[in-house]
Design a protein around this ligand. Sequence first.
Ligand code: NOJ
Length: 717
Amino acid sequence: MSSQKVQNIMQQMTIEEKIGQLIQLSADFFQDGQAVITGPMKSSNLTLDTVYTVGSVLGISGAKKVRQIQHDYLKNSRLKVPLLFMADVVHGYQTIFPIPLALGASFNPETMKIASQVAAQESAAGGVHVTFAPMVDLVRDPRWGRVMESTGEDPYLNSVMADASVRGFQGTDLDGQHVAACVKHFAAYGAPEAGREYNTVDISEWRFKEQYLPAYQAAVDAQALLVMTSFNTLFGVPATANQHLMRDILRNELKFDGVLISDWDAIAELINHSVAGDLETAADLALKAGVDIDMMAFAYSKYLKKAASLDQTTADLIDESVTRILELKDKLGLFDDPYRGITEEREQSEIKTSANLTAAQTAAEESIVLLKNQRQTLPLAADTQAALIGPVAETGDLLGSWSWQGKASETESIQSALGAEMPNLKVATGVAYRSLNQKELAAAVTVARQQDVIIVALGLPSSESGEATSLTNIKLPDEQLMLLRKLAQLNKPIISLIISGRPMDLSEVDALSDAVVFAWFPGSRGAKAISNILLGKVNPSGKLPMTFPRSVGQVPIYYNHYRTGRPITNTPEDDENKYQSKYTDQKNSPLYPFGFGLSYAEIKVKDVEIVADQITTDGKLQVNVTLVNQSSRQGKTVIEAYVHQHVSETVRPVKSLVDFDKVTITANSSQKFRISIPCERFAAVHTNLEKYVDAGQYTLMVGLDSENVVAVPFVIK
Ligand code: NOJ
């Protein structure tokens, strides 16, 4: 039901004004505080008058600029319906948090919520009303560059993080400190064939509902106000034209009643996908699928007026879409204050505050993953004679892609943060990310030779993760591996510190290093967080949200796979039995499993006790988990609970995450934690695509990663 206010506006609107609301333009159409049409924008066929009817714009921020544009727009628009400002505020606005994949690694929904809250608060002060986030696509292929924007490979982890993110962005009442969240990309954009960007996605609806849908559902259940269509096909039809996906699943099953926006030019791409012969048909298909806003394809602006004049259904669909958009504007309070309280003074005082920067640092500290630490190479004493070598040592390129308002040039480097704490640190780059100069390489080896410990800062630049950055080789570049090999020959302890937006093949890095720290793109205060971890001021507690393969040939590799009819047994018999589901040149197991990450404390699972081993489908599984910390350091870890259903109508994953809890355990202690898992988390999708819990036998597995678990049986009655 639309509000009286919205209905009143609707009654006064001409068809042109209605269609205007369904158009989203890029920032190019608004320059120097005014609407303009110049150069390439002319191909849009828009007139200046139409620009003063459009509903939304993307990619503009800054209190002064937004105020000017809104003022000019309202002055020139007949009905004075405020313009909506949308932008990609993904992991921070000016205070940049670690990339979403890293926030996934925190296994801490509170960290995700705070990151989204700060991003909302800063961007709202900068005039943004809607953020194109969270991206909740399930990802299993590190060749795909956009894995960095997701929280990883697990439906449950992604769902918890999606929920936390939407709540962080929108708050409880979407006040002026918050922004509306746009969940993307609906749907299954994270499963492109061969990891190639924009490639075909083809998974069964059963699998889609089991694994891909839950995170979108969690975001919708958390009241996300918008959804964005994905570029890919699903069930044979591009998402942007997919009526089954958008009408049956998104609107009817998920009960989403907010605004559906296309991705950039996605309506026009229906022609390339060859489901539309021309743009007119593309516009019709998208509207019928329920797409409310056309982002930059100019399909709606060119063809909907004619379509509406010929066909009442089209006119009705337009009305539905306009109503949804006006309601969104109403929820954002734009009819009461089209500026949402922004001022340049507020912007000055609320953006990049020290509290926000501290929150970003804490998030980075929560998300950095310690992958290896032989002979307690880490943490380092501050007076260690250490060399810091590698292309990442001196750069501020630590923010990662989708940090539009972040400034890498103003971001502290690892050299600076570590140098401030380690008086004996010597630094040399050695090689660039993907090129090498023999002299510099030799100079770096000389520096390293003089020191006792070598920290090798390796990785990829931010331009190599994010949209349109697919890779076929997920090892570090050859130049960097060459540097590492040379340093390893010096026979000194090697600490490899990796900056990357995606899981990589670290087999050689692991073999050549005594310690490996994976820091993702850690954000504005990432260097300080890294320094705190290396020096032991902070005990690492991040866990991998994606499986790290031994080689790219294992991809896609994920922990929650099915058993197959010929599973390996992980016994010596595997060597004798050829006809098993396995590789002949590589193990099946990953280099580092999902959920894995070490601590400087020695924490182990001592005991897992199910309180009552028979539960009903409306009950909860109560579990007592005793952890022991056999070290003199306090530490944080993640209790991870997985489940396996023994027999079902459809195949069941070997294990699925059903609960996790980030906990602190004091030095030299044993502590009991209670976890309580609602039975609905054990639900399976059946052949009729219905999701429900089966009675039967299950195994609960509890561990501090997905491989080393304590298994206990239970029964659902
Ligand atoms: C294309 C990307 O796929 C999407 O994630 C983003 O929100 C839009 N461009 C707008 O920048």
